[in-house]
Design a protein around this ligand. Structure first.
Ligand code: 13P
Length: 253
């Protein structure tokens, strides 16, 4: 059984004070939630405060980061190492988000190195993959995602695969209010699982959580989560409002 994961990607929102306010509110809304894992991924500047607060509250919410640099330490001005994140109690690290691929020009080799670096530190990468609107309209969605998986997971061995989360995030659905239909999202997530099964074996692939991301809101979460290969959500905009994010995490209610 795969425990659903609902992760909030706050992107470049919330300073450290706003972040702790939001986490306090979320913690009280989610204190009695069972059977769903909830993670928040604040900006780097808020990770320390949020980490301390989660510990103080003995919260069930787990901590994630939005990015990492794939080296242990060194002359990498402005960057953050996997060990620094681990030291703050970070469990999940988002890797390969389309905004970083597109705006910051990250390529698949760099993303593969990040996946490896996160795993080497004993944390869990949330690897984001997904096609653009043009690629979907040209019938290239599956081949685009397959190419990303092939390159980004190149350094991952079969016995490590259960310690991985993949998030299917169609670029055209991010921040647009346009969600993939549950059937379209299921089709891609099933494709991702079958690709993992072929490469790593059925049993290993059946343990990987495959999320959907792209305009997930309280009113569409339940129908997406009902699909057999959608094991949770990576939530952007709606994760910034405690009541909305809590309602998504409570998709079973
Ligand atoms: P939105 O939920 O704002 O569409 O963002 C999705 C996303 O990019 C999560 O990583």
């Amino acid at each position: 059984m795969r425990t659903p994961l609902i992760a909030g990607n706050w992107k470049m929102h919330k300073d450290h004070r706003q972040a702790t306010d939001l986490v306090r509110e979320l913690d009280s809304l989610l204190a009695d939630l069972e059977g769903v894992e909830v993670a928040v991924c604040p900006p780097f500047t808020a990770l320390g405060e949020v980490s301390r607060l989660l510990e103080e509250l003995s919260s069930r919410i787990v901590l994630g980061a939005q990015d990492v640099y794939p080296a242990k330490e060194g002359a990498f001005t402005g960057e953050i190492s996997p060990g620094m994140l681990k030291a703050l109690g970070v469990r999940y690290v988002i890797v390969g988000h389309s905004e970083r691929r597109e705006i910051l020009g990250e390529d698949d080799d760099f993303i593969a190195a990040k996946v490896r670096a996160v795993m080497d530190e004993g944390m869990v990468p949330i690897l984001c993959v997904g096609e653009t609107l043009e690629e979907r309209e040209d019938g290239r969605a599956l081949s685009k995602v397959e190419g990303q998986l092939q390159k980004d997971l190149a350094p991952v061995r079969a016995e490590e695969i259960s310690g991985l989360v993949v998030a299917y995030e169609p670029v055209w659905a991010i921040g647009t209010g346009r969600t993939a239909t549950p059937d379209d999202a299921q089709e891609m997530n099933a494709f991702i699982r079958s690709w993992l099964a072929e490469r790593y074996g059925e049993e290993n692939a059946s343990e990987v959580r495959i999320l959907y991301g792209g305009s997930v809101k309280p009113d569409n979460a339940a129908e997406l989560m009902a699909m057999p290969d959608i094991d949770g959500a990576l939530v952007g905009g709606a994760s910034l409002k405690a009541t909305d994010f809590a309602a998504i995490a409570r998709f079973r209610d």
